[in-house]
Design a protein around this ligand. Structure first.
Ligand SMILES: Cc1cc2nc3c(=O)[nH]c(=O)nc-3n(C[C@H](O)[C@H](O)[C@H](O)COP(=O)(O)OP(=O)(O)OC[C@H]3O[C@@H](n4cnc5c(N)ncnc54)[C@H](O)[C@@H]3O)c2cc1C
Length: 356
């Protein structure tokens, strides 16, 4: 197996995020010597986490390399690639690497493949698996050109779980800080708990446009819909997805579910998240939407229409029911569950089960 360079950026606290540990496990599984190339303000903690398994650790550090920015990330990655000289370069498909590494591949006259979901030996050479045509067809490809960069999607491999060493001595690579036009002034993020996109959640909860439509009494109940959906997300910890029809309504500035944006959209022109379970509500289950459920293992839907798209083989279970009534009842059950868990914990029982 040819030598591998795994590029890793640290997080703000100096630790490694799960996608980096997943990419590290995928690199180690190939069997070749793995050099790790770290970038960040400070990398000691991350280096100690990987030292036991990496053949070598190189690092570019300093304030200039702490923040995501194309110019500095590309300069650091280029220097690490030149120092390692590895023909195969892997990295997690974080927004930071997805932005910087195509340019680095070009600078090194290499090639890059993005959205890899697996890398493994195929007839003795590394081969990348990825999906084409909005996750409808899966392909396995190899390349003769080197260096070959591959970005690996999050959630496709078990993260590396080796024990961290006490200290590590990465080899520092000096990089002249390039001229930059971008100054990072801070990060604007929702307060903890108010973000609705939670990639690590066990459950994906999808809201469709039905939540904003006239109901049996001839009226719309958007206020109640918002309260029920927010209540369910808070109690269950689920990640929130939406259908295109629903997020388009929000984008038009109408007074409907203001916490939904196009970032929540699931489907052909939206995201294809990976969660063990999915629950669709008030969504018809059209093919352009359901294609985004490609990697949801167990699918359930609540729809008033027994002839909706979900009922035609797209869901494992369809509840023909009023989603307002179902979610209201679920929220009651979750509140009772949470109460029971608190009592068990107060009684010293730490083995309260998860609701999903
Ligand atoms: C090129 C292209 C790309 C597209 N990409 C995407 C995409 O990425 N993502 C996407 O989502 N769509 C996409 N679409 C649009 C898609 O085809 C559908 O139009 C859209 O998904 C419909 O959204 P919906 O099911 O929420 O709304 P609707 O079709 O309006 O369905 C609402 C559903 O709510 C149900 N309902 C109403 N009230 C209740 C209640 N009280 N309880 C239970 N059920 C209730 C109704 O029975 C109905 O089935 C794309 C279309 C095209 C042409």
């Amino acid at each position: 197996m040819e030598p591998i360079l795994l590029l890793v950026h640290t997080e703000a606290d100096g630790a490694l995020a799960k996608p980096a540990l997943e990419a590290f496990a995928a690199a180690l599984a190939l069997g070749g010597p793995v050099t790790v190339g770290l970038i960040g303000r400070e990398v000691q903690y991350a280096a100690a986490q990987m030292e036991g398994a990496a053949a070598r650790i190189l690092a570019v550090t300093g304030d200039a390399f702490a923040e995501p920015r194309y110019a500095t990330d590309a300069a650091a990655a280029e220097a690490l690639c030149r120092a390692a000289g590895a023909p195969l370069v892997l990295a997690a498909a974080t927004s930071r690497w997805a932005r910087a590494l195509p340019g680095v591949a070009s600078r090194l006259n290499g090639r890059i493949d993005t959205h890899g979901t697996r890398i493994a030996l195929h007839n003795g050479v590394p081969a990348v698996t990825r999906w084409f045509y909005r996750q409808r067809m899966e392909g396995v490809l190899t390349r003769a050109e080197r260096p070959w960069f591959v970005l690996l999607e999050a959630g496709c491999a078990a993260p590396y779980a080796g024990l961290a060493g006490e200290t590590a001595c990465p080899t520092m690579i000096d990089v002249a800080v390039p001229a930059t036009r971008t100054t990072v002034q801070g990060v604007a993020a929702p307060p903890a708990g108010q973000d609705t996109i939670r990639p690590d959640a066990r459950l994906l909860f999808v809201a469709g446009a039905g939540w904003t439509k006239k109901q049996a009494d001839g009226a719309v109940h958007v206020g109640e819909a918002e309260q029920l959906i927010r209540g369910f997300l808070d109690a269950s910890g689920a990640s929130l997805g939406g259908s295109k029809s629903l997020v388009d309504l929000s984008g038009e500035g109408q007074a409907v579910l203001p916490f939904m944006t196009h970032l929540n959209q699931i489907g052909q022109t939206g995201a294809t998240p990976r969660h063990p379970k999915g629950l669709s509500t008030c969504c018809h289950g059209e093919e352009p939407h359901v294609v985004g459920w490609r990697f949801i293992t167990e699918r359930r839907a609540v729809n008033l229409d027994p002839n909706c798209g979900w009922a035609r083989g797209k869901a494992d279970v369809v509840y023909v029911a009023d989603a307002f009534a179902v979610i209201r009842k679920l929220n009651e059950l979750l509140a009772a569950f949470s109460h029971r868990r608190m009592s068990l914990n107060a009684g010293g029982n730490t083995r309260a089960e998860s609701p999903f």
